[in-house]
Ligand binder design. Structure first.
Ligand SMILES: NC(=O)C1=CN([C@@H]2O[C@H](COP(=O)(O)OP(=O)(O)OC[C@H]3O[C@@H](n4cnc5c(N)ncnc54)[C@H](OP(=O)(O)O)[C@@H]3O)[C@@H](O)[C@H]2O)C=CC1
Ligand SMILES: O=C1O[C@H](COP(=O)(O)O)[C@@H](O)[C@H](O)[C@H]1O
Length: 517
């Protein structure tokens, strides 16, 4: 079925009207008319997060005057069947915004579907035809964002297939490629993938997505660092003792053995999400707030990280795999008991690593990073732990002040410091000053809405550049070399519902400990 032309007026009455509050929070600019082509539209990510995020943007009137979606999969479906599928996904996903009356029915009309074998040309040809059909409705433009929400093994074939048919060509409208993570499975394959994609696509057209960068509180890190005068003077080796970055998950494998047995925690979380959090805490102020200025600083700090060679990994990193245990009062199985996991699997589900940064600002300040599955709770936090005061004038100990960025849940920022307790004694006790995001009175948007909208606006600030991804792989290469495919006789070495292997505590040294979250 060809894509139908909506009425030409910009303010056509059936188009959703902007929600002034959320629109004000987000963008004053609307994207040009465009088609969003989602490869892998029948997958988990698309169903649970991507389609709801795009629907939310559209419902809030943030996708401009004309917009449509072409879902692409390998399963045969008609447009009508796909529309039913997508609406069902929207109704069942926890991520879908409150649905306004009549919205779903109007959104439904924007959805189209193509299917086929991603190794042959026909499917790309039909996608090209869909863009041609949208041209009139899109004011004579054929702008398109191609979102690769597929297993990573398909990133190269799809980008090449689009390239063979010339769909990356920008003569009749802009063309952008969003690529999901993980980008490669090691340094070598990431470089090969970059080279392969660059044979058809310019770097400016490529948006490597890391959904952590779309999280409001992650963006707030830069805002707080560089939007206030009081923090930056303290943000260095003279005042900071160490930094802790934690991404703890209570979830286990969630039926993803096929992917996770190949990936493990280093590829799944450390190389991308955690490295991105690290760069935002450690980078120098950018010379401007544009994409390349920010990415230049991120690359600089990644380059300054002291390499961890495979033979020294045991001094700087700890791996773990969860065994059975109790979470929220319920027994849960160990990783090796999960469906489709090998009996002797050496796939790590936990990693803690100490990074040292060889630059002027951070010399001697360790960054401790940990992430794991089946930990006691879901919490992501960055804590900047300051040095102790030089002299203990008051009873109550010399505690370290902590500035903690709570990425999720209970998003906010808190400062822990010592205060006099009431009464005659001049004794000190730790107290906390808290900022909670809910003070703004607006729900936080899905990271995918922010990032899809940015890609449609051509703003690459929140998307890691080729050299960032490359350096992040370099940092974890020693860990992969030391651990990948090697037997792990110590596994399982932490019980589900605990904070990971004991060895991770020793990584901190005698005078520091992981924060209790
Ligand atoms: N799920 C999540 O929460 C997250 C996912 N990601 C990333 O997003 C991407 C997609 O993940 P996810 O949705 O979970 O993956 P799924 O495996 O659920 O779905 C992937 C999609 O690709 C299709 N597909 C799979 N294999 C082939 C093939 N050989 N040929 C053609 N199509 C194929 C699937 O089709 P079919 O439906 O027919 O199987 C489906 O449409 C991955 O890169 C993942 O790392 C990133 C962050 C979070
Ligand atoms: O990319 C991934 O991220 C999720 C965690 O994301 P969050 O936004 O819920 O913190 C993780 O569970 C998954 O394994 C990984 O692929």
């Amino acid at each position: 079925m060809p894509i139908e032309s909506p009425p030409k007026s910009k303010n056509r009455s059936d188009a959703p009207q902007p929600n002034p509050f959320r629109a004000g929070l987000r963008r004053s600019r609307a994207p040009e008319p465009a088609t969003l082509v989602i490869f892998g539209v029948t997958g988990d990510l698309s169903r649970r997060k991507l389609l709801p995020a795009v629907f939310g943007l559209w419902q809030d009137g943030l996708l401009g005057s004309a917009f449509n979606i072409v879902g692409v999969g390998r399963q045969p479906m008609t447009d009508q069947e796909f529309r039913d599928y997508a609406l069902e996904a929207l109704k069942t996903s926890k991520e879908t915004d409150a649905i306004q009356e009549g919205s779903l029915e109007k959104f439904r009309d924007l959805l189209y579907y193509e299917y086929g074998d991603f190794d042959t040309d026909e499917v790309y040809d039909r996608v090209g035809t869909r863009l041609d059909e949208a041209e009139e409705a899109h004011g004579g433009r054929k702008n398109a964002v191609f979102y690769l929400s597929t297993p990573p093994s398909l990133f190269q074939p799809i980008s090449a297939g689009l390239g063979r048919l010339g769909l990356q060509n920008e003569t009749e409208g802009w063309r952008r490629l969003i690529i999901e993570k993980p980008f490669g499975r090691d340094l070598e394959s990431a470089r090969a993938l970059n080279d392969a994609i660059h044979s058809d696509w310019d770097e400016e057209q490529i948006y490597r997505i890391d959904h952590y960068l779309g999280k409001e509180t992650v963006q707030n890190l830069m805002a707080i660092r560089f939007g206030n005068a009081i923090f930056e003077p303290l943000w260095n080796r003279s005042y900071v003792d160490h930094v802790q970055i934690t991404a703890a998950e209570d979830l286990g494998l969630e039926g993803r053995a096929g992917y996770y047995e190949e990936a493990g925690i280093i590829r799944d979380m450390l190389q991308n999400h955690l490295m991105q959090l690290f760069t935002l805490v450690a980078m120098e102020p950018p010379v401007a707030s544009d994409a390349n200025a920010i990415r230049d600083e991120k690359v600089k700090v990644l380059r300054a990280v002291k390499p961890i060679p495979a033979e020294h990994v045991s001094e700087s990193a700890v791996r773990g795999q969860y065994g059975a245990g109790t979470l929220y009062g319920e027994r849960v199985p160990g990783y090796r008991e999960e469906p489709n996991v090998k009996a002797e699997s050496s796939t790590p589900t936990y990693v803690a690593v100490k990074l040292e940064v060889d630059n002027w600002r951070w010399q001697g300040v360790p960054f401790f990073i940990r992430t794991g599955k089946r930990l006691p709770k879901k919490v992501t936090e960055i804590a900047v732990v300051f040095k102790r005061p030089p002299l203990g004038l008051f009873p109550g100990g010399l505690e370290r002040n902590v500035l903690a960025f709570r990425i999720q849940p209970d998003e906010g920022v808190s400062l822990k410091f010592s205060s006099k307790t009431p009464g005659q004694e001049n004794a000190l006790r730790e107290v906390t000053m808290d900022f909670r995001y809910d003070a703004f009175g607006a729900g936080l948007e899905s990271p995918y809405s922010r990032l899809v909208l940015d890609a449609m606006l051509g703003d690459a600030t929140l998307f890691p550049r080729e050299d960032e991804v490359d350096h992040a792989w370099q940092i974890v290469s020693g860990l992969l070399e030391a651990w990948d495919g090697k037997p792990a006789p110590e596994f399982p070495n932490y019980n589900s519902g605990t904070w990971g292997p004991e060895a991770a505590d020793q990584l901190m040294g005698p005078d520091r400990r992981w924060r209790r979250l």
